[in-house]
Design a protein around this ligand. Structure first.
Ligand code: NAP
Ligand code: 12T
Length: 350
């Protein structure tokens, strides 16, 4: 029956910055949805979302919510995923989880379809969507790795506030206004809701995303480092990250240095590899001031790559600038693409 009418789909966190984009993306890409179940906390239960022109009442997410659900897209934070993802799987659903709850579990595929779609075949009910900053980086670097090998990545990020949720977007705009009006600033969320101190994001740059770990890296930085090795199936790849939050609504940018495995590769060779790569748009024409920018990437599906330069000291070193919409390719779109891949591989119809 479902083959013809589509699937029974739940979106957990449907009122959130990512959840809203999941609903939009399922509709825009015409994923076959037989029924849509928007779930949230008690706070938003009873409110309505619009899906394909129809108003649907949001329900509180409970274990029983998942009876009859075939596909559940989770984006309501790690604790919600830990409490409910297995409940959904127990009831027959496949879970695509946007949180960091299960990403490094050995029995959970961590998937960017352009890079490692086949890993989906090994799933045990839960599939993890990588961190937003990881996704756009591996999507751009995998074609280079395939062609020339990859030894090392050093990345610095310039991340938008929408990655930290709807409340963080509001905090940035409120503070911007407070600065302009000469008022005292409200500082409640950024750099990260779960930490002790909160700093101004308006007109600032904050070198902290997520909490600090004992080794001095933030968890966001470690996510990029560990997830990249897992997705590329290469424990010997050297990866180091510095993650910074900027007062940008949406669109993460990354300055990336790579060392490839071949000598005598040129910028033109990298252009040739990237210009036909799936999900990548090359924007690299310095003579005409063409390069990717966050404001241009907003609401776009692709990952944008430019500023490609050969290192002047290291023949096998290259510098790139990689930009994507963190709520789309970084989160909702990648999850919906995973859903399409599951369908293509016949994994949703079991
Ligand atoms: P957000 O705008 O703050 O939205 C949070 C959503 O979670 C809301 O829909 C909220 O519902 C729901 N929620 C909160 N507590 C809940 C509970 N106990 N039970 C059910 N639903 C609950 O956050 P967001 O930016 O959309 O991000 C949500 C999560 O997605 C993040 O915590 C993170 O784990 C993940 N994420 C991943 C990436 C990535 O890199 N791939 C990027 C961004 C976010 P109410 O309306 O009822 O409060
Ligand atoms: N703290 O799902 O704050 O790993 O931008 C994504 C984004 C965690 C995640 C952020 C975060 C994730 C953020």
């Amino acid at each position: 029956m479902t083959k013809h009418n589509g699937y029974h789909v739940a979106v957990v966190g449907a009122t959130g910055a990512v959840g809203q984009k999941m609903l939009e993306t399922l509709e825009r890409l015409d994923f076959p949805v037989a029924s849509l179940l928007p779930l949230s906390s008690k706070r938003s239960a009873g409110k309505k979302v619009v899906f394909k022109g129809e108003e649907i009442t949001i329900q509180e997410a409970t274990p029983e919510s998942f009876e009859g659900v075939q596909l559940a897209l989770f984006s309501a934070g790690g604790s919600v995923s830990k409490a409910l993802a297995h409940e959904a799987v127990k009831r027959g659903a496949i879970v695509v989880d946007n949180t960091s709850a299960f990403r490094m579990d050995t029995d959970v595929p961590l998937v960017v379809p352009e890079v490692n779609e086949a890993d989906l075949n090994d799933h045990n009910g839960i599939i993890s969507n990588p961190n937003c900053s990881t996704i756009q980086m591996v999507a751009a670097l995998e074609p280079i790795r395939q062609a020339f090998g990859l030894k090392r990545i050093i990345v610095s990020t310039y991340q938008a506030v929408s990655g930290a949720g709807a409340d963080a977007i509001n905090e940035m705009y409120e503070q911007s206004k407070q600065v302009q009006d000469g008022k005292e600033l409200t500082k409640e969320i950024l750099p990260t809701a779960g930490d002790k101190k909160h700093y101004q994001i308006a007109y600032n740059a904050i070198p902290q995303i997520d909490n600090f770990e004992d080794n001095g890296y933030t968890f966001e930085e470690l996510k990029m480092m560990n997830e990249t090795k897992k997705i590329m199936h290469d424990d010997n790849l050297h990866v180091a990250a510095t993650c910074v939050r900027l007062p940008i609504e949406t669109g993460h940018s990354e300055s990336v240095f790579i060392e490839i495995d071949k000598e005598d590769v040129t910028v033109q060779d990298l252009h040739n590899v990237l210009k036909d790569a799936p999900g990548i748009t090359l924007q690299d024409d310095p003579n005409n001031q063409v390069y990717p920018m966050a404001v241009d990437a907003m609401n776009k599906d692709d990952v944008f790559v430019g500023r490609i330069r050969q290192d002047l000291d290291k023949n096998n070193g290259f510098h790139l600038w990689i930009v994507a919409d963190n709520l789309l390719k970084g989160a909702a779109l990648n999850s919906v693409q995973i859903a399409f891949s599951l369908k293509k591989l016949g994994l949703l119809d079991k």
